[in-house]
Write a protein that binds this ligand. Structure first.
Ligand code: 2U9
Length: 344
């Protein structure tokens, strides 16, 4: 029986050392240490031994069991470590390997220009106001000194939804709504960026849907010089410190006096080129002093309060800035066009 035990031990140990998988090792452990295993069998045969030999044989059997158990544990640790190393090595990434390029998108050129302009006016103390794109006839026209059947209404062919609801033709209704909320108390200093809609045939310079950024500053004693100062700062920050602006008389129903505002050409520095059509000046926006009727309709006492307002088309600014010749590029979502505008 002693030889049997010793040969079982060496046989088991040999197998354990050769084991290549945790599963294989478990099978060996069960095979030798399991209830139906040979050691258990030997122990069951103890009864046939002389009584004085049993303790020694019992001890030996336990020693063999101990040795095999120990060997299994050691081997298990080794196999588990190898499995972990294997897993880690399969998972370790070689950081020196070039990463798979992730195509990073960039902001739409219009978004870049609108955000740049917003930041400029926020820097001058304006806050951003937004409002509904589906507007009432009152806020889109009447509140802006364009009473029902006023001829100037036709200047802006509108998408009417009902008798009284339309897609807004400019973001001015946002300013009218904001002024009302101030219940006749200034200051009101806002810009309102957003989409506007005009029933227009799309071509290289017109789109039925486009962006606008309008601005409004109403307070006691706001003057034309404040408007000129603000727009000069804006033009120089957007187009370059050496830029100048020029104001030409114009007409808008909601401002009096009204001006068109030009910036000195940033391509030819005013000498005349194709961009400025040889004039040296580029028209960038319209502006004026808020019409007293508009102030009154919004609840402001036009004897006490004055204000200036302006409006611009971000598409036009982006086309000037990036030399884009067709407004429809902004809406066509052609990746070849869009991927050109990687923001710095
Ligand atoms: C209120 C009072 C006055 C907004 C203004 C303009 C001049 C202007 C054009 C720019 C490009 C329209 O899209 S565009 O063609 N807008 O020139 N907008 S003054 O005046 C307001 C607005 C709201 C309550």
């Amino acid at each position: 029986m002693q030889e049997r035990l010793m040969s079982l031990q060496s046989e088991a140990v040999e197998k354990i050392e050769k084991a290549e998988s945790l599963k294989g090792l478990q099978d060996i452990r069960v095979e030798y240490l399991g209830k139906k295993g040979p050691i258990t069998e030997v122990l069951r045969g103890m009864g046939k031994l002389p009584a004085e030999e049993r303790p020694k044989m019992g001890q030996l059997a336990n020693d063999v069991r101990e040795v095999i158990t120990k060997k299994v544990e050691v081997k298990q640790e080794q196999l588990e470590r190898e499995a972990l190393d294997q897993q880690l090595s399969s998972e370790t990434i070689d950081v020196t390997l070039p990463g798979s390029p992730v195509r990073k998108g960039n902001a739409h050129p219009l978004t870049s220009v609108v955000e740049e302009i917003e930041d400029l006016f926020i820097g001058m103390g304006f806050t951003i106001a937004e409002g509904p794109e589906v507007e009432t006839d009152y806020y889109n026209f009447e509140a802006l000194n364009l009473p029902k059947n006023h001829p100037a209404r036709d200047m802006q062919d509108s998408f009417f939804i009902t008798e009284d609801l339309l897609l807004r033709t400019q973001t001015s209704p946002v300013q009218a709504r904001t002024m009302e909320k101030h219940e006749g108390k200034g200051p009101v200093k806002i810009i309102s960026p957003g989409k506007v809609y005009r029933r227009d045939t799309d071509d290289a310079t017109h789109s039925h849907q486009f962006m606008q950024i309008e601005g409004l500053y109403v307070d006691k004693d706001v003057r034309m010089s404040d408007l000129k100062g603000t727009l000069t700062m804006f033009a120089q920050k957007l187009f370059g410190e050496e830029r100048e602006i020029r104001l030409r008389p114009s007409f808008f129903p909601f401002t009096e006096p009204s001006v068109e505002v030009d910036v000195s050409c940033f391509k030819c520095n005013g000498k005349g080129c194709s961009i400025c059509k040889r004039t040296g000046w580029i028209e960038i926006l319209g502006a004026g002093m808020v019409h007293p009727n508009v102030l009154e309709m919004a609840g402001f006492d036009s004897k006490e309060y004055t204000g200036f307002a302006f409006g611009m088309g971000p598409e036009r600014i982006a086309m000037l800035k990036y030399g884009i010749d067709d407004i429809r590029h902004f809406y066509a979502n052609d990746i070849r066009f869009l991927e050109q505008f990687k923001r710095a």
